[in-house]
Design a protein around this ligand. Structure first.
Ligand code: AMP
Ligand code: MG
Length: 412
């Protein structure tokens, strides 16, 4: 039987867990598959973006000096020496003193020009452009390298690739991207009363929802989930199914970690040589929560109640998965909000109350989702945040300020 670890705070639990994380190896993936993955290497620009000075507007390239003093009534009149379109075009006409060149957005700024004035501030007649205002040197010119400078680290390893990063990688002509391998995450449900989808539900039985919430969460945070089924409440079956599960990088079970007579997970882990570091955490929901490691495999035995499963996943498994992939940002934003209703609470555990926040004129206010039973999965579906009430705090009153964790927001 594994050593029984003492009850610790959620902060201590996370620290213990992150301390056991090992970085996964890297692999190359096509750019289209890169979103959601974590960069395993720095990406250094091999080119300037944009590659040359180019126009930010449709208009006329000119020398700012030639429009000095120009007004609507007394426009500067400059002969138009030609036109430059975006894209590869033969020899661009140069701008000589006292002349202008018609130019389209994105086209390279011709020699001799130091600014661009947009069509709206001009008129063209008899082969000349009338410029109705003064122009500032450098106006409407995008400088070579202003977005990305050659030689600079554009994206650092540990960045989670989103849409903008994908676009940057595309501008750098990167078709294959070095990312951390996705952690293989085995999901195992436990419980004689748990029934899988498609099977008839008899009295007293419970539909397996946890495997599906976990599968979705693992995907969302870049892992590669594999659902292994439901282990019945016997030690032998639990050992057999866990043995297979332990091939993965991360194993997540639900249920079977309380003090009930049929809670076999901890015992099975002992038999399989998993070193257990956490067994209970001073939090609600989610007090029984087993964490251990065997070799490089991390084990999470989450409590069975659907809300406890999700809250524990968000607090502990999510950051571990992200850290395994080398992600720098693993924290959900915590912001202050004014409570719109009283919350009753005993001291001694951190509570993660499902909340709905709204923002009015930049001020956050938050109410609860209603009944907070750990079996009420609707409370998670209704919630857009978790109200975190520290362990030493008791009842909290409407009007007091609390911290809320923005669980739907990306990591910061
Ligand atoms: P346990 O810790 O195994 O006693 O489970 C606690 C509660 O969570 C029980 O009411 C279970 O029926 C419920 N539960 C356990 N596993 C699941 C699951 N996979 N899906 C939905 N509810 C579950
Ligand atoms: Mg059970």
């Amino acid at each position: 039987m594994a050593r029984r670890a003492s009850m610790i705070s959620p902060e201590e639990a996370l620290e213990t867990i992150l301390g056991e994380v090992r970085l996964l190896s890297a692999e190359m993936v096509p750019l289209f598959d890169a979103p959601g993955r974590v960069l395993a290497r720095d990406i250094v620009a091999t080119v300037d973006i944009p590659s040359v000075d180019n126009s930010a507007m449709d208009g006329y390239a000119l020398s700012a000096a030639d429009a000095r003093g120009a007004t609507k009534e007394r426009p500067a009149r400059l002969p138009v020496r030609g036109e430059i379109r975006a894209g590869p075009g033969g020899d661009a006409p140069a701008v000589t003193a006292g002349s202008a060149v018609r130019i389209m957005t994105g086209a390279p700024v011709p020699r001799g020009a130091d600014s661009v004035v947009q069509f709206e501030d001009t008129a063209e007649e008899d082969g000349s452009v009338l410029v109705f205002r003064e122009v500032e040197k450098g106006e409407n010119i995008r400088r070579a390298g202003e977005d990305v400078t050659r030689g600079a680290v554009v994206l650092a390893s540990g960045v989670r690739i989103g849409s903008a990063e994908t676009g940057l990688l595309a501008s750098l002509n990167r078709t294959f991207i070095p990312v951390s391998r996705r952690p293989a995450a085995a999901i195992l449900s436990t419980g004689d009363e748990i029934v899988d989808l498609g099977q008839e539900l008899k009295d007293g039985q419970i539909r397996n929802s946890n495997a599906y919430t976990l599968h979705s969460e693992i995907r969302r945070y870049g892992g590669n989930p594999r659902y292994l089924g439901i282990a019945p409440d016997t030690k032998e079956a639990t050992v057999a199914m866990l043995r297979e599960a332990l091939e993965a990088d991360v194993v997540i079970t639900t249920g079977g970690v309380s003090m009930g007579r049929y809670d076999f997970v901890t015992e099975a882990l002992g038999e399989l040589g998993v070193e257990i570091m956490i067994e209970t955490i001073r939090m609600k929901p989610g007090k029984p929560c087993v964490f251990g490691r065997k070799g490089t495999t991390l084990f999470f035995g989450l409590p069975g109640n659907p809300v406890s499963t999700m809250v524990s996943f968000i607090q502990f498994v999510r950051p571990a998965l992200l850290r395994m992939m080398g992600a720098r940002r693993i924290e959900k934003p915590l912001v202050r909000a004014v409570l719109a209703e009283d919350i009753r609470k005993k001291t001694g555990r951190t509570h993660f109350v499902r909340g709905i926040f709204s923002v009015l004129d930049g001020n956050f206010s938050v109410s609860t989702t209603g009944p907070q039973g750990s079996g009420i999965l609707r409370s998670m579906s209704d919630a857009n945040c978790l109200i975190i009430i520290p362990e030493e705090t008791g009842n909290v009153r409407a009007g007091e300020t609390v911290l809320i964790q923005l669980i739907e927001h990306g990591e910061i």
